[in-house]
Design a protein around this ligand. Structure first.
Ligand SMILES: [Mn+2]
Length: 302
């Protein structure tokens, strides 16, 4: 397939600096050549221009840095929509998870989209429930139309993700949530497959349930992968690590099963923070998981 790599060196959405270097770290780990070796045609579109946070005002403490984030996400939305339109696979490198409001909304402009959100967190806060004001804890709620109007619409008149229904979203790997966020997630009707469900039923069963949720009435799946879904022993280079995450093979199998549906139309790999990483292993893991999403198998009997 034809793959568009788009870097989004955004770190406004998270409290800790460093995820702005995520796209560089993932590129350094050999993404482009590894995808080509799999037989794909790869175009690196470079990274979007993101102002330095030192040069910007924080603004509303409940929606920190919304102003500089908005044009970046609008630009990303347009780029992703174009990729999907032209039959290419957008692979978005983050950057903090707020970018998914742009990428997923862009893909949702063109398809009836189901979304798999692989994450230790729900990312379902709003400006009213957020304990930190950090926007990277809000994108999934915003994609479901919940939250501050100026964020949900990205400054436009309509929600940025108008075609995304909470009933076509599955969060997998969840193990850390704020109380109010939990309530919102439940009320919205998002399917949650928490870590204890993976312990009980196994990742294959959980993914088959998650896939059946996101393929009901949709014609494409978008994968938003927060590297913090993995256990921090495997992926230490993330902004908000939470113990008890996916193992190496659980993460790969989850992505392999998604790729096998042949419905995957795009992917984010976000929250890679090289400053907190150990010899770039988290970025290397992001590359390996992107390869799995793009069809790499341990063994292909055919
Ligand atoms: Mn996240």
């Amino acid at each position: 397939m034809d793959i568009d790599i788009i870097g989004v060196p955004l770190d406004f959405g998270s409290g800790r600096r460093g995820v702005d270097m995520g796209p560089s770290a993932i590129r350094y780990a050999g993404l482009h050549s590894a995808l080509e070796a799999l037989g794909h045609t790869v175009t690196d579109q470079g990274s979007l221009a993101v102002p330095l946070s030192e040069t910007c005002l924080e603004g509303n403490p409940q929606l920190k840095y919304l102003e500089p984030i908005t044009p970046v996400l609008q630009e990303l939305m347009g780029r992703v929509a174009r990729s999907v339109d032209e039959g290419r696979f957008p692979l978005i490198l983050g950057g903090d998870h707020s970018l998914a409001l742009g990428s997923v909304a862009g893909a949702a402009r063109r398809r009836r989209l189901g979304v798999i959100w692989l994450d230790a967190h729900g990312d379902f806060n709003t400006d009213e429930t957020t304990p930190s004001g950090n926007i990277h804890g809000m994108p999934l709620a915003a994609l479901c139309g919940i939250g501050a109007r100026e964020f949900v619409t990205l400054g436009g008149s309509k929600p940025a993700g108008p075609t995304l229904s909470p009933h076509q979203v599955a969060v997998v790997g969840l193990r850390s949530m704020d109380e109010q966020e939990k309530r919102l997630l439940r009320e919205a009707g998002v399917a949650v497959f928490s870590m204890d469900m993976i312990d009980r039923f196994g990742i294959a069963e959980v993914m088959s349930r998650a896939i059946s949720v996101v393929t009901r009435g949709t014609d494409g799946i978008y994968l938003s992968l927060d590297l913090d879904v993995l256990d921090p022993m495997l992926a230490p280079g993330v902004g908000t690590p939470v113990r008890g995450g996916l193992t190496y093979r659980e993460a790969h199998l989850a992505v392999e099963l998604l790729a096998e549906t042949n419905l995957l139309i795009g992917m984010d790999a976000v929250e890679v923070n090289p400053i907190l990483d150990t010899v770039n292993i988290t970025a290397a893991l992001a590359v390996e998981l992107a390869l799995s999403a793009c069809g790499k198998r341990i063994w292909d009997p055919h």
